[in-house]
Design a binder for this molecule. Structure first.
Ligand code: FAD
Ligand code: UDP
Length: 400
C-alpha cells in the first residue's frame, strides 16, 4: 500500500534555502521581473532563462516557491500540501513531457468519497453511488442511465451550476451532493454560479470511481516544491522570496514585467475589487497510520462547517507511523485562491483585461493574473504559450 519509502529530502519543517535563492543584485540588469513563483511564474522563468537566455528576477511575497502547489514536511515529518490537495492530471503529452524534465513521477489515481449521513459514497456520482444511496441493484450502464433519465429534470437553457446538475441527475441527487457543498465552497447558491463550476464534476453510469480520467495522472516523486526547485535552479534566475512586488515596483529593475498575482491588485483595484474565494486550512497530525479510506472525503452537508478532509499520505505514498490531515473551510477574506466564475465578475475582469491589452511591457499570466479557474496543467500550458508569444515578438522586433 504505502509503496514509496521516505525520500531523501530534509524532513524537518525548516529547510535550507534553495540553491538559486540569492538576493537580487541591484546593479545587475534583468530582462524580466516575474511576480509570483507558482506554476505560471516559475514555468516562464525557466523558459526565459534556460530556453531564451534571458536574465530573470522572480519575486514572491510568500517565503517559498510553488505558489498554491507548495508542499513541505510538517513538524512530524509528514509531507503535506499547505494550501490543500493538489493532484496532477493532464491529457497533454507536451505538458507532461515538459514537467518531466524537473521531476520523476509516482503514479497516482485520485479517488474521492462523499460522506452522506455517515455513508461513504463515490464522487463523482457513479453506479456504486446510486446503488449505495438508494439501495438499488443497477447492474449495467443502461440501467443506471435509465435511472438517471427518470430523475433528470430538463432545463431549456443550461446556464448555471444548478441547471447543469439538475438537468443530468434531478433535484434529490443535486441537493444531496452539490447544493450544500457549493454553498459552503463559494458562499453562493449554485444557481448564482456559471455552469462550468459544477460541470467540472461529471456523472457516470459505470463503476469507475476515479476522480479524473486524464491520460497522465501522477504526483511528483519528491513533491511539488522539489520540482519547482529544479525548475528554478538556473544561473540566469534570481529569486527574492518574502518580497512583495509593491516593494520593488518603483525600482525599475527590468524593462519587462510578468505578473501572476491578482490583476485587479496590479491596477490598484481601480474598477473595484475582483471577487476571489479564499480558504482556511486546519492541519492536524494523528498518532495512527490511517485516518480515512481515500485521500479526500467530501462533506456536502451544510451542517458540517468544512467542505472536505484530505489525508496526505495517499497523495505522496509516504510511509510514516503517523498521518497528517487537513480540514478545509472556505471563506471570503484572506489570500485569493479561486476566481469566482459568474457573469458580473467576468464583466469586471474584462475592464481590467482591456487595460492589460494596452500594455506593451507587462504580461498577465496564471489563475489570478487572467482570472480563470485553471488547473495546474492549464496554467503550465498557458505559460508555455505565453513564452512562445514573448520570444516570437522579441525575435520579430529584433529582425525589424
Ligand atoms: P499561484 O499558485 O496562486 O501563484 C501566484 C503566486 O503569486 C503566489 O505564490 C503569490 O504569493 C504570488 N503573488 C501574488 N501577488 C504578489 C505580489 N504582489 N508580490 C509578490 N508575489 C505575489 N490544480 C490541479 O491541477 N489539480 C488539483 O488537484 C488542484 N487542487 C487545488 C486545490 C486548491 C485548494 C486550490 C486553491 C487550487 C488547486 N488547483 C489544482 C489549482 C492550482 O493551484 C493552480 O492551477 C495553480 O497553482 C496556479 O498557479 P499560478 O502560478 O497561476 O498561481
Ligand atoms: N462540487 C460539489 N460537491 C462535491 C464536489 C464538487 O458540489 O462533492 C462542486 C463544487 O461547487 C466545487 C465544484 O463542484 O467547487 C468543482 O469541484 P472540484 O472538485 O473540481 O473543485 P476544486 O478541486 O477545484 O476545489
Amino acid at each position: 500500500e504505502e509503496a514509496v519509502a521516505n525520500n531523501n529530502r530534509n524532513t524537518t519543517a525548516s529547510r535550507l534555502p534553495i540553491p538559486s535563492l540569492r538576493r537580487a543584485d541591484r546593479s545587475k540588469p534583468y530582462d524580466y521581473l516575474i511576480v509570483g513563483a507558482g506554476f505560471a511564474g516559475s514555468v516562464l522563468a525557466e523558459r526565459l532563462a534556460a530556453g531564451s537566455g534571458k536574465r530573470v528576477l522572480v519575486c514572491d511575497k510568500r517565503p517559498h516557491v510553488a505558489g498554491n502547489a507548495y508542499d513541505h514536511y510538517d513538524e512530524h515529518g509528514v509531507l503535506v500540501h499547505r494550501y490543500g490537495p493538489h493532484i496532477f492530471h493532464t491529457n497533454s503529452e507536451e505538458i507532461f513531457a515538459y514537467l518531466s524534465r524537473f521531476t520523476r513521477w509516482r503514479p497516482y489515481e485520485h479517488r474521492v468519497l462523499a460522506d452522506v449521513g455517515g455513508k461513504l459514497l463515490p464522487m463523482p456520482i457513479n453506479r456504486t453511488t446510486l446503488n449505495g444511496l438508494y439501495g438499488l441493484d443497477l447492474r449495467d450502464e443502461g440501467q443506471a442511465a435509465a435511472f438517471l433519465a427518470s430523475r433528470a429534470e430538463p432545463v431549456a437553457d443550461i446556464r448555471t451550476s444548478r441547471d447543469v446538475v439538475v438537468s443530468a441527475v434531478g433535484t434529490d441527487l443535486y441537493e444531496t451532493f452539490f447544493q450544500g457543498y457549493t454553498r459552503k465552497q463559494w458562499g453562493l447558491d449554485p444557481s448564482e454560479l456559471d455552469k462550468a463550476v459544477t460541470a467540472r464534476v461529471p456523472t457516470r453510469t459505470s463503476m469507475d470511481d476515479r476522480y479524473f480520467l486524464d491520460t497522465y495522472q501522477a504526483m511528483p516523486a519528491d513533491g511539488f516544491t522539489a520540482m519547482f526547485e529544479a525548475m528554478l535552479d538556473h544561473p540566469n534566475i534570481t529569486l527574492e522570496l518574502g518580497v512583495d512586488f509593491e516593494e520593488l515596483r518603483a525600482e525599475g529593475l527590468a524593462p519587462k514585467l510578468i505578473f501572476t498575482g491578482p490583476i485587479d491588485a496590479y491596477y490598484g483595484h481601480r474598477f473595484g475589487a475582483l471577487p476571489y474565494r479564499s480558504l482556511r486550512f486546519q492541519h492536524e497530525t494523528l498518532d495512527q497510520r490511517r485516518f480515512q479510506p481515500v485521500a479526500v472525503v467530501n462533506y456536502p452537508a451544510e451542517t458540517v462547517p468544512y467542505t472536505r478532509i484530505t489525508e496526505y499520505k495517499y497523495l505522496t505514498g509516504q510511509v510514516h507511523p503517523k498521518t497528517s490531515i487537513s480540514f478545509e473551510f472556505a471563506c471570503a477574506e484572506g489570500d485569493p485562491y479561486y476566481p469566482i466564475p459568474r457573469p458580473e465578475n467576468q464583466a469586471l475582469f474584462k475592464q481590467y483585461e482591456a487595460l492589460a491589452r494596452a500594455e506593451r511591457d507587462v504580461t498577465f499570466v496564471g489563475r489570478l493574473g487572467t482570472y480563470r479557474y485553471y488547473n495546474m496543467d492549464q496554467v503550465v500550458g498557458q505559460a508555455l504559450a505565453t513564452h512562445r508569444k514573448l520570444v516570437g515578438a522579441a525575435a520579430s522586433i529584433e529582425a525589424a
